[in-house]
Design a protein around this ligand. Structure first.
Ligand SMILES: [Zn+2]
Length: 266
């Protein structure tokens, strides 16, 4: 085999893998687009790219939302009380949960609206296949987990509906001098990727906002009194917010730090 076809095949394999890791279905859709592309005589790359983009958008926004419930997962419905932090989560099919968790989130959103707090959703799960990982998360593979944002407020104490990075991840509410510094303990134990989330901010926004202790405590108290199994948050925030419920846990050093978001699971 000549060198250029070999490089093309390797690039294609890498691209299919990346699309599969990011979106679950993107790699398969790319292969279908390439098969269709075999019939094109002119402008092959342009036409194949257009076929891929169109097919991907139709499958993501019109087909999967109707098919996923047959496989036990539903798309998270957004409304005035509940919002995906970034459209990328919907574009990448990372916004699916089991119906039980969907109902719980909708109820939580209504409850929080009474407090003028909006429920901001980050990564959830892919639409299909139990055990299929939603990287970089270790456990979002069964529709029963979802990450949500901390609550922020403006300098005059009003709850904000916004978050501080484009992805909603990576802006750490770090320990104060007197608080337990879990990241240091985890670094010492050899987990060098404990603060990996700082690389997936996708840019800072709303830098004037500040962490709302009161709002985040209200959010967590509503969560612990709901039907969730447990939630993960860093030990220093548990200490600072005086969270004593046994559903509030530390995720362990093998995961990434949880002072930029809260992980909940059934
Ligand atoms: Zn999580």
């Amino acid at each position: 085999m000549r060198i250029f076809p070999l490089i093309s095949v390797l690039c294609l394999i890498v691209l299919v893998l990346i699309l599969t890791i990011l979106t679950q279905v993107g790699g398969v859709i790319l292969l279908i687009a390439l098969l269709i592309g075999l019939f094109f005589k002119k402008y092959v790359l342009l036409k194949t790219s257009l076929v891929f983009s169109s097919l991907y958008l139709v499958v993501t926004f019109f087909l999967i939302p109707f098919v996923a419930p047959k496989f036990g997962r539903v798309k998270i419905q957004e409304n005035d009380q509940l919002n995906l932090v970034s459209n990328l989560y919907a574009l990448c099919n990372r916004n699916y949960v089991v119906p039980e968790l969907h109902d719980l989130l909708q109820e939580l959103g209504k409850d929080l609206a009474d407090e003028k707090i909006q429920l901001n959703i980050l990564d959830a799960n892919f639409p299909f296949i139990d055990g299929f990982p939603l990287l970089p998360h270790r456990s979002h593979n069964d529709g029963r987990k979802v990450d949500i944002s901390l609550v922020y407020e403006t300098s005059d104490g009003q709850y904000s509906h916004a978050v501080m990075s484009r992805s909603g991840y990576g802006v750490f509410e770090s320990p104060k001098e007197t608080e337990i510094k879990q990241y240091e303990i985890c670094f010492e134990k050899g987990n060098t990727y404990y603060d990996l989330a700082k690389y997936i901010k996708l840019g800072m926004v709303n830098e004037q906002l500040i962490f709302s202790e009161k709002g985040t405590k209200i959010l967590i108290n509503k969560l612990t009194s709901s039907d969730i199994g447990k939630l993960f948050i860093e030990p220093h925030l548990k200490q600072r917010l005086r969270l004593n419920h046994n559903k509030v846990r530390f995720q362990g050093c093998k995961a990434t730090r949880h002072d930029d978001h809260i992980h909940i699971q059934l």
